[in-house]
Ligand binder design. Structure first.
Ligand SMILES: Nc1ncnc2c1ncn2[C@@H]1O[C@H](COP(=O)(O)OP(=O)(O)OP(=O)(O)O)[C@@H](O)[C@H]1O
Ligand SMILES: [Mg+2]
Length: 294
């Protein structure tokens, strides 16, 4: 009996959060690096179904870096990165679209539906959800020490989000699962970092929360320990000192952009911890790093 009462009390602890997020949108970026075991993937799917059944509208944007890397390797195509973004040529984009839009996307859809949810998998091309242009980055040339344009190839920078398809899905209680692919100015397929896609969608929908699930505790500081809250100013200094680098760069920038656009809260959490999503949403303390706009 005592155990049953304890269980009821645990449920009640979630009540303030269930009230707070009822009928609100939470955008979850499910990092390719967080999809490490079958068990964790099943747990993630169940967490999403639970969110939906308590009245939250979860929207999932997924990554798939490691999964793309594996397929490219199997095909003998080399992967190259610049500041956490994959340099993408024509051959690579075909693999990116197949792996993200096909394999990874449909796996997540099937997992959610297997736990009683109604997920629908789309890419940024569906309903023109994500329009983009080719992203050109500046870098300092090691030879001349001058800034030059770094061409990342078929990598997109988001220019427009058309959320109508998401509203249509939400009106019919579907859970959208989005692969981070956009349509370019010449209808070409563009590979977009999923953190940016999640941020742009959260911004367009003025989501209540943006949660980026990855494979580290959150943002780590100079001494390698977890930083539980980070301001805009602190982010800038950690980027400058290269403590925040590679795959963490798009994450912190995505959070800051979403905050600027009116998303209430942004978090970077460890998706390799069982039920990390529920811990973040339904507990007072939360987990990981919260990025705040100060
Ligand atoms: N200061 C930092 N704190 C924590 N992780 C950091 C930091 N700086 C860089 N990183 C790196 O960022 C990585 C997370 O980004 P990464 O792009 O690899 O994963 P992901 O975004 O979850 O997956 P995907 O890109 O497939 O969606 C960490 O594994 C870590 O190596
Ligand atoms: Mg990444």
């Amino acid at each position: 009996m005592k155990k049953s009462i304890e269980k009821a009390e645990i449920l009640l602890e979630a009540l303030p959060f269930i009230k707070q997020f009822f009928d609100k949108t939470i955008v979850v970026k499910y990092g390719g690096n967080a999809m490490v075991s079958e068990e964790l993937k099943e747990d993630f799917a169940r967490d999403i179904v639970l969110m939906k059944y308590v009245g939250i509208n979860p929207i999932i944007v997924h990554g798939g870096g490691p999964q793309i890397g594996e397929t490219l390797e199997a095909l003998g195509i080399k992967s190259k990165f610049f500041e956490g973004q994959r340099i993408t040529d024509k051959q690579t984009i075909d693999v990116v679209e197949m792996v993200l839009g096909g394999k990874v996307n449909k796996e997540i859809v099937a997992l959610i539906n297997g736990h009683g949810g109604s997920a629908v998998g789309i890419t940024g091309k569906d309903g023109d959800l994500i329009l983009a242009k080719r992203h050109r980055k500046m870098k300092v040339s090691p030879e001349t020490d001058r800034p030059e344009i770094m061409d990342l190839g078929l990598v997109g920078e988001i220019t427009q989000v058309n959320p109508k398809i998401l509203e249509t899905l939400d009106n019919n209680d579907f859970i959208p699962v989005i692969a981070p692919i956009g349509k370019g100015e010449n209808k070409e397929t563009l590979n977009i970092n999923a953190d940016f896609v999640a941020s742009a969608i959260a911004s367009a929908l003025k989501a209540e929360k943006l949660i980026l699930m990855t494979n580290t505790q959150g943002v780590r500081g100079k001494d390698n320990s977890l930083i539980s809250a980070l301001t805009r100013k602190k982010v800038a200094s950690l980027i400058k000192s290269k403590v925040i680098r590679d795959g963490m760069l798009p994450k912190v920038n995505s959070c800051l952009e979403a905050l600027k656009a009116g998303v209430a809260k942004t978090h970077i959490i460890d998706g390799t911890i069982k039920h990390s999503l529920l811990l973040e949403i339904f507990t007072e303390k939360g987990i990981g790093t919260q990025i705040v706009d100060k």
